[in-house]
Design a protein around this ligand. Structure first.
Ligand SMILES: [Fe+2]
Ligand SMILES: [Fe+2]
Length: 323
């Protein structure tokens, strides 16, 4: 296996790394790894962690406006799970020698990315259902194969995250089933949310394979197991029967079953739109980062208090006075 590193590996270590990957075994934090592998993982895990944290915002806005105590409790639990996912992932990134505070700085300064999907607004409560169904559904397609990722801490974090994503997807779909059994106005809300979120959800899988230059290396390192287009197709195949059962129309005139390929054919997302959103010019990029920055500033006293408390505790332990 070749790497993009400029510095040669110490003797035998590159071979050991390559053999570990070839045997489908895990690379652990103590193991030697090529710089390119480490950098790719830091970028991917940080981007993933940031997405979980920023992803709390679009739905979090609806917690105070949920239509019943039950819906409020479900949504609260879901948004809180996303915070937990962010924290596992920041911990996984830290095993690669980076600092969580530094990653947060990079996010706030716009030097690291998060998923494009969270830059779209949530206009009605049906959006909460559609995000669970589409966005968490897409997250499942993306993340289940990551449970077999070659980097141990990332793969292990994914196992628990995927279990929770499965609950997220179901709560969204169940909310939509309930709304579809309601009034005409509720059914219209669901269809409208489906129309707005379908294409951005397909874009979540990233640019098409021929425009995704880092993908091949990530797959060779077994960080990623499937290409963007493969995962996108898997998501479409999974979602179409669910849409039929729900009684909504997916907004794509080219969507149809292809007997020969055994998959659905579907239209092409607007890649220019994806590029605009990724580059910071989506509907709510500025607001999302502003909100994150404000939350970080408002939380400064908590971090300071926790640090002071830990220092005090350490001192007591050293003096042998700890309980
Ligand atoms: Fe999540
Ligand atoms: Fe989720």
């Amino acid at each position: 296996m070749t790497t993009t590193d400029s510095t040669p590996a110490p003797q035998g270590l590159q071979e050991h790394f390559d053999a570990t990957i070839a045997r489908d075994q895990r690379i652990e934090p103590r193991d030697w790894m090529p710089d390119g592998y480490r950098k790719t993982l830091v970028r991917q895990i940080a981007q993933h962690a940031h997405s979980e944290i920023i992803g709390m915002q679009p739905e979090g806005e609806w917690i105070t406006r949920a239509p019943s105590l039950r819906r409020k409790a479900i949504l609260f639990a879901k948004v809180q799970d996303e915070a937990g996912h962010g924290l596992y992932l920041y911990s996984a990134a830290e095993t690669l020698g980076v600092d969580r505070a530094d990653l947060t700085e990079k996010l706030i300064e716009g030097r690291q990315k998060y998923s494009s999907i969270f830059n779209y607004p949530t206009l009605s409560f049906a959006d909460v259902g559609v995000i669970g169904w589409f966005v968490d559904g897409a997250a499942i397609c993306n993340q289940v194969p990551l449970c077999r990722s070659s980097y141990g801490p990332y793969a292990r974090a994914m196992v628990r995250i995927c279990k929770e994503e499965s609950f997220h997807q179901r709560q969204g779909y169940e909310l939509l089933l309930t709304m579809m059994r309601g009034t005409d106005a509720q059914r219209e809300m669901v269809q409208d949310a489906v129309d707005r979120w379908w294409w951005p959800s397909l874009m979540m899988f990233g640019p098409p394979d021929d425009a995704s230059p880092n993908s091949a290396q990530s797959m060779a390192w077994k960080i990623k197991r499937h290409s963007n287009d493969e995962l996108r197709r898997r998501f479409v195949d999974m979602t179409v029967p669910q849409a039929e059962k729900l009684g909504v129309t997916l907004p794509d005139p080219d969507l149809r079953w292809n007997e020969e390929s055994g998959h659905h054919d579907f239209g092409t997302p607007d890649w220019d739109e994806l590029m605009r959103v990724i580059k910071g010019d989506g509907p709510l990029n500025t607001e999302r980062i502003e909100r994150r920055r404000a939350a970080h500033d408002e939380g400064a006293w908590v971090r300071e208090a926790a640090t002071a408390h830990a220092a005090k505790r350490n001192k007591r332990v050293q003096e042998g006075t700890a309980a």
